[in-house]
Design a protein around this ligand. Structure first.
Ligand code: XMP
Length: 568
């Protein structure tokens, strides 16, 4: 077992994911974990199946962090970790923490480094053990950096095993102690050989067993669906009712489909008091669902979205879905607001209000007091984040989901997807018979087009962005790029540019097109190729011709980091 200590990086859970991918079991714990308390299996974080494979820690990985090691409130590791005799790998902040504690020097860089960098590997002929980290790799490799500090002096006993143009201590190692430190992030997919580096560490250096299985389809087919349906039935019981928000996205749809399979089609059951014997009796009455899906139209959805989600989930999948048109309320509250975080908060809070009112109506219809459960499509990365040492990692954006609902509504949570990663949810969707179109749908953020209309969100601005986006996605699908691109959308910029149409001068707005490739949405690269550029030209011309108010289209070529996928 590999112990990963989380210092709050955006990417900590990806380390877990990558290592489990090649069959090594690992656990992620907050960096404040006291090492002396780890004689016992930590409770409540992973399921029993996982604990069966636990045989003691063979190595420790220290994650990255948004902090600087010299910040007064920065998190620090229990230094006992360095006395266990097991290999330790520090990643980014983890390297800086090791260097700082062992007598090296860490300083703010003159040039903060985000994105791709070429890492030059230095092999040591006389010290084969420290070469193991880059075993199978030679010369320069592409790595992903995201740091503001760097090591400027290695601690005694450490040797340099790789450098970049700006980082002379990009990777270091201590031969006798088996300590390694790397400045780049091997866990993100944009470090092309990141998997090899992590594998070299846990398998080559730490000799961890590769017997942990996480073969997606097998795991899902053999155990997941049936077990989960049974679990839901047991939790909800014969009379329980469940509400859940759906958006048409893959997570909420898969969760809703599972719930529908479990309790969507059963007889309504009532508890009656028997006059003769005094016992409670369960009476089955007419067929009725116990699952109520709610789709809130917030006025900032994509073109025809509500109708098509209703058709897909309701008519095609048979899910009991209620569409609430609250667009006027949302757009009214967004009037005059330009700050991205305020937009997100307004949409999040209004969503809760509308959802609760609808749930109360449904509760009344079903007799009152019967709705006890709330379905949520929480995924495994969210679960890991909530065990971090200071809650979730640094807030970059307040992601809107239904997380705020629980406290106010006093509903108990059911989260059938909480052990799964996104690609596993997609595999599950396919196994449950969902259409490919739904399973492979690009993600769409809760605050919708409101965060894709930069500046004030007015109905007419939403209309422009919506139409441009529709044309963009339609052309992407027509050209066969939809599955290759991880996420694409059109954003409307709050600037005007001069153009010429017919013989007249125009002064109109600009549409920015975004298309990224990513595996996990934590890091992303622009989607680019010469052929794609030709498609973009066609799309640009269609948008300018068909969308009134737009005379210019630009393509966003930034990577994440330093940009994010959404503009706001
Ligand atoms: P960023 O812009 O943070 O986006 O790079 C990463 C992924 O998250 C999506 N996103 C959201 N999803 N509610 C959501 O459900 C939100 O508030 C939200 N904000 C961003 C974004 O579309 C991308 O897939």
């Amino acid at each position: 077992t590999v112990l990963i200590l989380d210092f709050g990086s955006q990417y900590s859970h990806l380390i877990t994911r990558r290592i489990r991918e090649f069959g090594v079991y690992c656990e992620l714990l907050p960096c404040t974990q006291k090492i002396a308390d780890l004689h016992f299996i930590p409770k409540g974080i992973f399921d029993v199946k996982a604990f069966n494979t636990w045989q003691g820690y063979e190595s420790v990985i220290l994650s990255g962090s948004p902090y600087s090691v010299y910040d007064v409130d920065s998190p620090h590791v229990d230094t006992v970790v360095f006395e266990l005799g097991v290999p330790v790998l520090g990643i980014c902040y983890g390297l800086q923490e090791m260097a700082n504690l062992m007598g090296g020097k860490v300083e703010a860089c003159d040039h903060r480094e985000y994105g791709h960098a070429a890492l030059t590997i230095t092999k040591h002929v006389d010290h084969p053990f420290i070469n193991l980290l880059f075993e199978g790799l030679e010369g320069d490799i592409q790595v992903w950096m995201s740091h503001g500090d760097q090591v400027t002096q290695a601690p005694p006993g450490f040797r340099i095993i790789a450098t970049t143009r700006t980082a002379p201590f990009a990777a270091v190692a201590h031969e006798e102690k088996h300590f390694f430190g790397i400045q780049f992030h091997p866990e993100v997919t944009h470090t092309v050989d990141g998997g090899t580096v992590l594998r070299n560490f846990v398998v080559g250096i730490c000799k961890c067993k590769t017997s942990w299985t996480m073969e997606i389809s097998k795991m899902l087919k053999d155990a997941f669906i049936d077990t989960e349906i049974q679990r839901i039935r047991t939790i909800v019981g014969p009379v329980g009712q469940v509400v859940g928000a759906v958006s048409g996205g893959v997570d909420s749809t898969v969760a809703a489909k599972l719930m529908h399979e479990a309790i969507g089609d059963r007889y309504a059951t009532y508890v009656c008091y028997c006059e003769h014997c005094g016992a409670d009796t369960l009476i089955c009455c007419h067929p009725a669902t116990s699952f109520h899906a709610i789709l809130v139209d917030n006025g900032v959805m994509r073109l025809n979205e509500c109708a098509s989600v209703k058709k897909m989930l309701g008519d095609k999948m048979g899910i009991n879905i209620e569409v609430v048109d609250a667009s006027a309320l949302f757009l009214g509250r967004l009037a005059g607001v330009t700050d991205p975080e305020r937009k997100r908060k307004i949409i999040g809070n209004t969503f809760i209000e509308v959802f609760e009112a609808e749930a109360a109506k449904i509760d009344k219809k079903t007799g009152g007091g019967k709705i006890e459960y709330l379905l949520q499509g929480t995924l495994y990365p969210d679960v890991i984040e909530s065990i971090s040492f200071k809650g979730p990692s640094a807030t970059i954006k307040t992601h809107h989901n239904v997380g705020g609902l629980l406290e106010d509504m006093k509903l108990k949570l059911i989260e059938p997807l909480r052990e799964l990663f996104k690609d596993e949810v997609r595999a599950l969707g396919t196994l449950l018979g969902l259409d490919d179109e739904l399973v492979w749908r690009h993600p769409f953020p809760g605050p919708g087009i409101a965060i894709r209309v930069l500046g004030e969100v007015t109905p007419s601005q939403v209309e422009i962005a919506r139409l441009a986006d529709h044309i963009y996605i339609e052309e992407i699908k027509r050209a066969g790029y939809y599955r290759q691109i991880s996420q694409a959308y059109a954003a409307l910029l709050p600037v005007k540019a001069v153009g010429v149409m017919g013989d007249a001068r125009t002064y109109e707005q600009v549409i920015a097109l975004r298309a990224v490739e990513t595996k996990d949405f934590m890091t992303a690269d622009v989607f680019a190729s010469a052929e794609w550029f030709l498609t973009l030209k066609k799309i640009s011309s269609r948008i300018i011709n068909e969308v009134k108010g737009v005379n210019r289209v630009v393509y966003d070529i930034s990577s994440k980091p330093p940009a994010t996928i959404e503009w706001e």
